[in-house]
Design a protein around this ligand. Structure first.
Ligand code: UFG
Length: 323
């Protein structure tokens, strides 16, 4: 089976590519390398350097490769940036996504696994967040992913596309070979580990006055290998579906920092800062549906396993992918 992976040079995409190859799939990566890294692409995969925003480019790549399925990771994914530049998010994530779908239909590719996000839910009225809760995004990033989910429904109904949208909670950790290296790092765990490596003086805690036991935000961190496993299962899903994907556990910012101190054995200086706009207090997944329907069973739920894998990768790659 041949899988066409957009954004296969990015953090989540690169690790899913590696896991697909380990299972014997043939993989073609389509990436413009603006956020991703050439060195993050498993050498067993073929790279087509191209841009989703160029309709003819993605259409001809799909027509030539004729994959059995597409995994669509390519997107901009920073909430803060989307509040500054919403047009970038709607154009790249929605228009670029639609060019991908049109190219798939033209090339008769009828199966898609899509990287969606819990940010489509906005400020949830309760946790855990299961698929029955209303989706009311509070930033253009979440809105762009929700718009694409809606486009998917119609392409499913009208063009017979079979899709699985996985709404990730907080992806974290590393695979051993590949890990998290964003050009602009905003995520909590890599930022803490940069302090442990001596590359940053301190990590900021964005808000200590939330309505949570220790006052800091709670997130559902999911190990990247468990996330990749969900993608492999989604490839063979019997029907189109939307799934929330997290472990159902919650860890606060302070707990993550404490765990990083224990695992690294290094000093980590923290500075308490004001809240970051747009951060909900608690995001925890209700993921019964994917467990029940696809048999997804996370193997690395404990936060210390997630952080240990990230730390090993950062120790081995202190300068990330070096670009
Ligand atoms: N945080 C800090 N200090 C930092 C970085 C983050 O205190 O230096 C806090 C944040 O305020 C938040 C938590 O740590 O409470 C986690 O923040 P991340 O930036 O690591 O992750 P987010 O929960 O903001 O974002 C993730 C994905 C997004 C997705 C979002 C859904 O990265 O793509 O979940 O809400 F949209």
């Amino acid at each position: 089976m041949k899988v066409f992976v957009t954004g296969g040079a990015g953090y989540i995409g690169s690790i899913c590519v590696e896991q697909l190859l380990n299972k014997g799939f043939e993989v073609v990566v389509f990436d413009n390398l603006t956020e991703g890294h050439r060195a993050a692409i498993d050498p067993r995969a073929r790279l087509i350097e191209g841009d989703l925003r160029e309709r003819a480019c993605i259409a001809s790549a799909l027509a030539e490769v004729k994959p059995d399925a597409v995994m669509h990771f390519a997107a901009n994914a920073l909430v803060g940036e989307s509040m500054q530049d919403p047009g970038k998010y709607f154009y790249n994530n929605v228009v670029g996504g639609q060019f991908l779908l049109d190219g798939m239909i033209a090339a008769r590719v009828k199966r898609l696994v899509f990287s969606s996000t819990c940010a489509t839910f906005g400020q949830p009225e309760r946790v855990p967040i299961d698929e029955s809760l209303p989706q009311n995004p509070i930033n253009p990033y979440g809105e762009s992913k929700l718009l694409f989910e809606k486009i998917l429904r119609w392409y499913g109904e009208i063009h017979g596309l079979t899709y699985v949208a996985l709404r990730y909670f907080n992806a974290a950790g590393a695979s051993g070979t590949y890990g998290e290296n964003h050009r602009v790092e905003t995520h909590l765990i890599p930022n803490i580990l940069k302090v442990a490596l001596g590359q940053k003086s301190h990590v900021e805690i964005f808000g200590g006055d939330y309505d949570t036991p220790d006052g800091t935000c709670i997130r559902d961190y999911i190990h990247i290998l468990d996330l990749a496993q969900a993608h492999l299962l989604a490839l063979n899903a019997p029907a189109s579906a939307f799934y929330n994907l997290g472990t159902g556990g919650g860890t606060s910012v302070k707990e993550v920092i404490e765990c990083c101190r224990t695992i690294t054995g290094r000093e980590i200086t923290v500075v308490e800062s004001p809240r970051r706009p747009g951060d909900p207090a608690r995001l925890i997944a209700g993921s019964d549906k994917i467990r029940r329907e696809l048999g997804w069973a996370p193997q690395y739920q404990a936060i210390d396993k997630i952080i240990s894998s990230a730390w090993e990768w950062h120790l081995a790659h202190p300068n990330g992918y070096g670009d």
